[in-house]
Write a protein that binds this ligand. Structure first.
Ligand code: ATP
Length: 587
């Protein structure tokens, strides 16, 4: 959230939600919006016509002579040469039926068009947000909350499309009001002026008093939803721990507090949303009644002004709901503004493009005078150089926090040197060949995240896999025998690998890393969860698998790395970070 606030401080003054939407919509979207707007105008006309033709129909049906009393109906009667008023009424009925069928079809098509546009935009925003999140550098990703990312992709992208929907509805209502106003102005401009003043003052007051509050509640809603998501992830991620600690009450309380705050915001918004209608109707009709009462009191006879007043009552009856809906749209848009900013902020977050240029590795990997720090005044590596020959087996050792993982992450292209270079066969690794470089690496981390699916899907990290290759990888990782006592490579692992032991999970992680037969194998404390015997068996296999590969191992247990040709020791410096050239020991 602080990030969000910072963004708003920096950008809110510069760009309105509408300007942001203009940027987020493509040229094609704008053309569709124009068509939808025209369709909206036609809809307003059809709706107005739909209401106004009922009156003459009933009048003519109850009193056919009225057909001749009206100039237009008399003209139609004569021009089309009807033989009797009954024939005229048959034709009128048929026409009216046809019109109402057309109206229904138009309405259905219109709402399909509107939904299609809004939800296609939702799909587009969600998809782009998802891609953008995957494009984040690991450093940026590590500083973001995944629950917030999830909420933006799922909920805020949808809110942004709702914002667009509200905008279109607002345009439609605005047009309806314009039609009504044109009619009223033709009847009496003085009365229309009075009505406009009355309505205008009320609308301004409502917007000033209510809209700001609703907007604020929208912000609370988004904020609380993100925090609730975070709490749910935290709780279920630490399920065992919470049971053991017995602090369920604390979790219940935290949930209750957040949910309560969100619910309160929703209750207030939902109660405030219909308020403009109630206020407008009450004041509008009170003024009308007061006018009639005043005229009666003043002149004892209101018959002269009654027709005009009735006309205004009818107009109020039609205009007020439209004004109310406009106010609702404006308030709803205020409520959703926060999401528009959030979507924009995430979509325009700087990420670097990566390309598919190839990368050859036949000779060596070099780190050349590299600097790297997470926090500027605490360097992890300073002027650091290292050369790794192809096929070398290297161990990285040192105290916890010395920077072993950071160093390996720099070598495998997860982080970029802030100064200096990563060279492969003396060719610098840049955004152009980074992808090809990373593809050469099989990585086994400290903790393996398994998703709820089969072992095969987890090993291949996809639902398209080569069964034979999976079996070979599982065999090499010494997990195949265990799997064969269950459902083979189709054994389910459960969410996060909950159905497996720590050691079994780790072995699936190893199988995953060697599945694509990578040129470089990286183990970051990969066997720390295994018992000594299994670890030694697996390491035996790994050295075997890696006999023609480059092997980089981070390990605390010396037995794990005894077969490495080189050991690089990183020492913690006074800044908390590790190795520079002075305290780097190659043994
Ligand atoms: N994303 C990050 N942002 C900020 N600081 C970080 C980040 N990742 C690691 N650090 C810090 O950098 C230092 C080096 O961390 P690193 O994980 O490289 O150490 P390590 O030697 O691999 O430790 P261990 O053996 O415990 O895994 C630590 O002080 C750590 O707190």
């Amino acid at each position: 959230m602080p990030h969000q606030k910072k963004y708003k401080k920096q950008h809110k003054d510069k760009k309105s939600a509408l300007q942001i939407l203009r940027e987020l919509t493509t040229r094609r979207d704008k053309i569709i919006l124009l068509f939808l707007f025209i369709a909206t105008i036609i809809l307003s006309l059809i709706e107005t016509l739909g209401i106004s033709v009922i009156m003459p129909f009933i009048t003519f049906a109850s009193n056919p002579e009225m057909i001749f009393a009206h100039q237009s109906s008399a003209w139609i009667y004569n021009t089309l040469g009807f033989e009797s008023t009954l024939h005229f009424m048959y034709a009128f009925s048929g026409l009216l039926l046809g019109f109402y069928v057309f109206r229904a079809l138009y309405n259905a098509a219109y709402s399909y068009g509107l939904s299609r546009f809004a939800f296609r935009k939702f799909h587009y925003f969600a998809y782009r947000l998802f891609c953008k999140s995957v494009e984040l550098s690991y450093l940026d990703f590590a500083h973001k909350k995944t629950d917030k990312i999830r909420q933006t992709i799922v909920a805020e992208a949808q809110n942004t499309s709702f914002y667009l929907q509200n905008l279109l509805q607002l345009a439609s209502e605005f047009f309806t009001i314009c039609l009504m106003y044109a009619l009223l102005l033709m009847v009496s401009w003085k009365m229309t002026l009075v009505l406009t003043l009355l309505l205008g003052v009320q609308v301004l007051l409502i917007l000033k008093l209510l809209s700001r509050k609703i907007k604020k509640k929208g912000e609370i809603d988004v904020e609380m939803s993100a925090e609730l998501n975070e709490l749910i992830t935290k709780t279920f991620g630490n399920f065992k721990f919470i049971k053991l600690k017995g602090n369920q009450d604390e979790v219940y309380h935290a949930f209750e507090k957040l949910s309560h705050k969100r619910t309160n915001a929703t209750i207030i918004t939902q109660s405030l949303l219909p308020l403009p209608r109630i206020i407008l109707e009450t004041i509008g009709f009170s003024v009308l009644i007061a006018c009639v009462a005043y005229i009666l009191f003043q002149y004892q006879d209101a018959s002269a002004v009654i027709p005009i007043i009735s006309m205004y009552a009818l107009a109020l009856y039609r205009i007020l709901p439209a004004v109310t809906r406009i106010l609702n749209n404006i308030n709803m848009m205020g409520y959703l503004t926060h999401s528009v900013y959030s979507v924009y902020e995430n979509l325009t977050y700087h990420t670097e493009d990566e390309y598919q240029e190839p990368c050859a590795f036949v000779d060596s990997i070099k780190l050349q005078n590299v600097d790297f720090a997470y926090v500027s005044h605490k360097p992890i590596l300073k002027d650091f150089s290292l050369e790794i020959k192809k096929g070398e087996k290297i161990a990285f050792v040192g105290e916890s926090g010395a920077g072993k993982s950071t160093l390996v992450d720099l070598i495998i292209g997860i982080y970029k040197p802030q100064k200096g270079h990563l060279l492969v066969d003396n060719v610098p690794i840049t955004n152009h060949n980074l992808r090809a470089w990373r593809k050469k690496i099989g990585y086994i981390p400290q903790s393996i995240y398994l998703f709820d699916g089969s072992v095969a899907e987890n090993v291949a990290f996809s639902s398209n896999f080569d069964e034979e290759k999976i079996k070979i990888a599982c065999q090499k990782a010494q997990i195949l025998d265990f799997l064969n006592t269950h459902n083979g490579i189709y054994t389910r692992v459960g969410e996060g690998g909950i159905l497996l032991s720590g050691g079994q999970k780790q072995r699936i992680g190893i199988a995953r890393a060697i599945y694509d037969d990578p040129e470089i194998l990286v183990l970051d404390e990969a066997t720390s969860a295994l018992d000594n015997q299994t670890e030694s068996d697996i390491m035996e296999q790994i050295y075997d698998v890696a006999s023609n590969k480059t092997l980089l191992i981070i390990a605390h247990r010396l037995s794990t790395i005894e077969k490495c040709e080189r050991k690089i020791e990183l020492q913690t410096n006074s800044n908390g970070g590790g190795g520079n050239n002075e305290n780097l020991h190659t043994k």
